[in-house]
Design a protein around this ligand. Structure first.
Ligand code: SF4
Ligand code: MG
Length: 321
């Protein structure tokens, strides 16, 4: 099977500027040599604590951020060197849903105009067919078509996220980057939105990159999970494997933050992470997790572990059995 998206050795660095001449004094290494693929119809979960670079990966793919190095192949085409104009040309296939449905919808526009805008920009439909298409989109995301005359502030968080999803769907995309789409919602609403995303995936053959800081939502929606720590992927495997046989100590830490129904397993495997998240400006030498890892050895401080290339890939000198 051919991947729909291939991210190869991607680096996204932000310069840190100082003084009146804006001299560059360092870089935030937000994404630091990341490689992964996503296959058509699949959901890849991308997990890690805030500041680990997971949103930056999403934003770099759709070029809200500029890649520093590396390559992004979408549908077999190298898009990392595309101009913004060329990017615009593939934006029908590549969409993003943001975390905060409160700030991502223009408050001065009616829902109809919000949903019609991408259709008008890309001229995918004759003008007179757009109102009917807007109604179809609302129905698709489980909202009454009469809502098209309302403004974003008239909706709940869950309803706004449905509108955000409708907008992403309007151009019939292939891949949707879901950047923490349920993190800002009440727990009771989260499952509804996840179910909607799953239903739409089956109906429309969508592929998702699903970004989250915790494993809860990701467990429910992902076929595979990639775990990120300080700009790097430290483990990537099928969802079941990540939950049942985590190999990286950091993945185990994340699993401990996730409620485990079996208390015996919990006490036996519970490991506590030490210290604060190091700065992505000067990440630790060797294994970036060594300052917090309970299993650290001398070699971990010197030699950087590489991500193995098997189906259950891990970057650790002493992976858990
Ligand atoms: Fe821990 Fe060493 Fe593995 Fe890093 S390489 S996660 S420090 S055991
Ligand atoms: Mg984020």
């Amino acid at each position: 099977q051919v991947p729909i998206l291939q991210v190869e050795q991607l680096k996204t660095y932000y310069p840190i500027r100082k003084g009146i001449f804006s001299r560059t004094v360092g870089h935030v290494k937000a994404v630091d040599d990341v490689t992964f693929s996503i296959y058509p119809g699949e959901t890849l979960g991308l997990v890690g604590e805030s500041g680990c670079g997971k949103s930056t990966i999403g934003k770099t793919i759709i070029r809200l951020e500029q890649p520093t190095e590396g390559e992004i192949l979408f549908d077999g085409q190298s898009i990392s060197a595309f101009s913004l104009k060329e990017m615009q040309g593939i934006r029908t296939d590549l969409q993003i849903i943001f975390q905060d449905p409160y700030s991502s919808l223009n408050p001065r526009k009616r829902v109809e105009d919000i949903l019609a805008e991408p259709l008008q920009v890309h001229q995918l439909l004759p003008k007179h067919e757009i109102p009917r298409q807007v109604e179809k989109l609302l129905e698709k995301v489980g909202l009454p078509k009469s809502y098209k005359d309302r403004y974003p502030h008239e909706f709940s968080g869950g309803q706004r996220q449905r509108i955000g999803i409708a907008r992403a769907l309007s151009l019939n995309p292939k891949l949707i980057i879901c950047d923490e789409p349920v993190s800002a919602l009440d727990v009771s609403i989260q499952a509804q939105i996840l179910n909607l995303l799953k239903d739409l995936q089956h109906e429309m053959g969508l592929t998702y990159l699903f970004i989250a800081h915790g494993l809860g939502a990701v467990k429910y929606i992902s076929d595979r999970i990639a775990v990120m720590y300080l700009g790097k992927i430290v483990e990537i495997a099928k969802t079941k494997e990540i939950f049942e046989h985590p190999k990286h100590p950091y993945t185990q830490v994340l699993l401990n933050a996730y409620p485990v129904p079996n208390p015996r397993l919990r006490s036996k495997e519970r490991i506590i992470v030490q210290g604060d998240l190091p700065s992505p400006v000067n990440p630790p030498n060797g294994c970036r997790f060594h300052t917090r890892c309970p299993y650290v050895q001398a070699v971990c401080r010197e030699k950087e572990p590489v991500l193995s290339s098997d189906e259950h890939a891990v970057a650790c000198h002493f992976p858990l059995a």
